[in-house]
Design a protein around this ligand. Structure first.
Ligand SMILES: NC(=O)c1ccc[n+]([C@@H]2O[C@H](COP(=O)([O-])OP(=O)(O)OC[C@H]3O[C@@H](n4cnc5c(N)ncnc54)[C@H](O)[C@@H]3O)[C@@H](O)[C@H]2O)c1
Length: 270
């Protein structure tokens, strides 16, 4: 061990170091963030001091969400691109680099789900899930990470799922992509950790958003979920803000390659 790695009383610089959970001076790109969980995370980042980039494929929706944040006095930009197209991503990143600057925080949040038993699932639907949920995070990170390496720091958060760990009938494609995203997260942590880049995942349980609309309306599912989740309820999108700010901030500088499940205890219960 090097002498310099041993911490002694006073080394922590009390009173001089910035608070660990603030994001002032950071530029955060959150993909698929004009609504749902991504929007909550982006708003939480902006409230913690970051400049945030709202993204999605629909330019008008992206701009509308960014302007709501600006009306609240937050630093927000809208940049539309499709996470499955390297060209589109490059065009979007050029705009971001000219605007708030190269992202130091990336949240790979854009995702889709197709619900069908495997024997009825169309090949195209399966491929779309792989493209958006798994290839998308790889393509966006590949474009963003050189800027993080240049900056000497970076945070990547990949939005996984409880289906990263366990299966459920009728969501085989989705679960497979989210399980793949865990190993992509660990690969990012492994390859980029030496550049002071931390890549972690957040695995939400069941949150009330448009994506889970059909499940919320399904009384049988709703009853099952409330009985199964130790917390006895659905998650609220704002409950992802604390975990996301933690993984985007200095507070997590030695946390790398981890998936943090935010599920009201769902995975803990047999
Ligand atoms: N809601 C939940 O309970 C839940 C649970 C676990 C994981 N997740 C994950 O959280 C993330 C957000 O989900 P949500 O519930 O907010 O759903 P949502 O449908 O409201 O949000 C998904 C976003 O991704 C965007 N998107 C889709 N394809 C895109 C593409 N090709 N390029 C750019 N943007 C694209 C959509 O426009 C939308 O804004 C997803 O990755 C989802 O798999 C959600």
């Amino acid at each position: 061990m090097h002498e310099k790695d041993i911490q002694r009383p006073g080394d922590e610089g009390a009173g001089t170091t910035p608070p660990p959970f603030r994001l002032d001076g950071e530029v955060a790109l959150v993909t698929g963030s004009y609504r749902g969980l991504g929007y909550s995370i982006a708003r939480g980042f902006a409230r913690a001091g970051a400049a945030v980039v709202i993204n999605g494929r629909d330019g008008a929706a992206v701009e509308a969400a960014a302007s709501v944040l600006r009306e609240d006095g937050l630093d927000a930009y809208g940049v539309a691109f499709d996470v499955t197209s390297a060209e589109d991503i490059d065009r979007g990143l050029r705009k971001i680099e000219k605007g708030p600057g190269p992202p130091t925080i990336l949240v790979n949040n854009a995702g889709i789900i197709r619900r069908a038993p495997m024997l009825e699932m169309e090949e195209q639907e399966w491929r779309a899930e792989v493209d958006i949920n798994l290839t998308g995070p790889f393509l966006v990170a590949r474009r963003v990470v050189p800027g993080m390496i240049e900056a000497g720091r970076g945070k990547i958060i990949n939005i996984c799922s409880v289906l990263t760990e366990v299966a459920r009938a009728s969501v085989a494609g989705y679960a497979s992509t989210k399980a793949g995203l865990k190993l992509l997260t660990q690969s990012m942590a492994t390859e980029w950790g030496a550049h002071n880049i931390q890549a972690n995942g957040i695995g939400p349980g069941f949150f009330a958003t448009e994506m889970t609309g059909p499940l919320q309306e399904n009384r049988e599912f709703d009853t099952w979920l409330r009985g199964r989740v130790p917390a006895g309820r659905w998650g609220r999108p704002e409950e992802l803000v604390g975990p996301a700010v933690f993984l985007a901030s200095r507070a997590s500088d030695f946390v790398n390659g981890h998936v943090l499940y935010v599920d009201g205890g769902l995975l803990a219960r047999m």
